[in-house]
Design a protein around this ligand. Structure first.
Ligand SMILES: [Zn+2]
Length: 248
């Protein structure tokens, strides 16, 4: 196999954020990844695993980073691939110790419940980088197709319009969330004027390769639209029905 040459214009870092200390003094940490170009550009976040049984997004992030480390032209991409490790280890949506939904706990509280404290660490870490876009990757049920979920957000029209324009880049159906679910990561970011979308990539519990491919292609297309990478050949996207293409 030909060894890929390291790109000196791109810096890749993997580290951890400490979230809590166990009763045996073990520490729980969240993995954090970044890839940065020396050329100035947008700051994008990819997050996954807020629901522990939604494992597909974690793989999408790994695949995107494998490509980005050689191909990022400008800007910075950060990722939190596994936000709920306790749920992941027990295949459960919730933080099992407290039965809390981490994605109903944002923006969090450093003196709050376990989920609120973890949410606070995640939220402050993301906000600190002043991001242009945050994509929170989820998985839905066994038969669902991929889609982008747009919050019904009216507080800031220009942020909403910007977020909506990003949603068109995915090539997925776009669903407007009319339930107004509060305290999610995306809703909390939008309230801070940061464009953010939930991306639902097919079934939970398993890594479905087709859904991973479609997720990688969609995110790569978003990064291409921002000039952060070049279009990549050989990626397989979702075959969207022309009747719903470009509609919310
Ligand atoms: Zn989810």
């Amino acid at each position: 196999m030909r060894k890929k040459l390291k790109n000196r214009n791109i810096k890749v870092e993997y580290s951890f954020i400490k979230i809590l200390t166990g009763s045996d003094l073990s520490s729980r940490r969240l993995p954090i990844m970044s890839v940065k170009s020396i050329n100035h550009g947008p700051t994008i976040w990819l997050t996954a695993g807020v629901h522990g049984e939604e494992v597909g997004g974690m793989v999408v992030i790994q695949e995107i980073f494998k490509k980005l480390r050689y191909n990022l032209l400008k800007g910075e991409v950060y990722a939190l691939p596994l936000m709920n490790p306790m749920g992941f280890e027990t295949s459960s949506r919730l933080i099992i110790q407290t039965d809390e939904d981490l994605n109903r706990s944002f923006p969090g509280d450093k003196d709050g419940s376990l989920a609120e404290r973890i949410a606070d660490k995640i939220f402050t870490t993301i906000i600190k980088t002043n991001p242009d876009l945050v994509l929170d990757l989820h998985n839905d049920w066994r038969k669902s197709i991929p889609y982008v979920l747009l919050d019904n957000f009216s507080q800031n029209k220009s942020v909403y319009e910007k977020t909506k324009s990003f949603s068109y880049k995915f090539g997925f159906p776009i669903i407007l969330d009319t339930d107004n679910v509060e305290k999610t990561l995306t809703e909390s970011l939008l309230k801070r004027d940061i464009p953010s979308l939930a991306v639902e990539l097919g079934e939970s519990f398993v890594v479905n390769e087709r859904n991973v491919e479609q997720g990688v292609k969609a995110i790569w297309d978003v990064l291409t639209s921002l000039g952060m990478v070049k279009e990549s050949e050989g990626l397989v996207g979702f075959d969207i029905d022309k009747n719903i293409k470009g509609k919310v």
